[in-house]
Design a protein around this ligand. Structure first.
Ligand code: E4P
Length: 217
């Protein structure tokens, strides 16, 4: 299972990268807005820090606009993955970009059959949004399970499942148990994966006892 970090905050990316925790990065226009940085430079900076896949999203609504933006984004660095929306225009762009050896992450997936369409369009990644389904009273993790089950029946599908919109560690656990290929987590969720009160309590006790030994290593 790979971990991507879902952020456009370079400091967070550098910090998690230095811990060896992240295999890639996902961004979206809302995260870019939050960063306050110019988009193209930001993607260049992220790619300089993270050698793994870095998703950068197109903003055009039509295929030709997406193709132009996708080619520009892919030209920033070899590890850029062009993110396109799960629309007819987006899947058409995905198919054409694949023919140019530009990999796509198809985003905003909310049904298993949308994921099948993305696989048939040659997506490198499909991004099912777990938390946003939970937000409307549906079980987002069920979507991951359905996509995993379907993809496993068709070995010719090369698309990797990139669990997105993960809002808490339980989402990440569910994604891991289902066997997604990648979980993209906001930095705070990534850090919460470390936490357990018994880890902190146990460490404090060991340190206190070690001091009483009067020894050093
Ligand atoms: C993933 O690629 C998306 O950028 C992200 O996971 C969306 O998460 P949200 O629903 O919490 O905004």
């Amino acid at each position: 299972m790979q971990f991507f970090v879902d952020t456009a905050n370079l400091d967070d990316i550098k910090s998690l990268q230095s811990m060896g925790l992240i295999d890639g990065v996902t961004t979206n226009p809302s995260l870019v807005l939050k960063s306050g940085k110019p988009f193209l430079k930001l993607i260049e900076d992220i790619c300089a820090v993270v050698p793994g896949p870095v998703s950068a999203e197109v903003t055009a609504a039509d295929t030709s606009g997406m193709l132009a933006e996708g080619r520009k984004l892919a030209g920033i660095a070899p590890n850029v993955i062009v993110k396109v929306p799960l629309t007819p225009a987006g899947l058409s762009a995905c198919r054409q970009l694949k023919e140019e050896n530009i990999l796509c992450n198809v985003t905003l997936c909310f049904t298993p059959m949308q994921a099948v369409l993305a696989a048939k369009a040659g997506a490198a990644y499909i991004s099912p949004f777990v938390g946003r389904l939970d937000d409307i009273g549906q079980d987002g993790t069920e979507l991951l399970r359905d996509i995993r089950d379907i993809y496993d029946q068709y070995p010719d599908f090369e698309t990797q499942i990139l669990a997105a919109s993960l809002r808490h560690p339980a989402h990440v656990l569910a994604a891991a148990k289902i066997g997604v290929d990648v979980a993209t987590c906001p930095p705070d969720i990534m850090r919460k994966l470390f936490d357990h009160p018994l880890t902190e309590k146990g460490l404090a006790a060991f340190q206190a006892d070690w001091e009483k030994t009067g020894q050093s290593i």
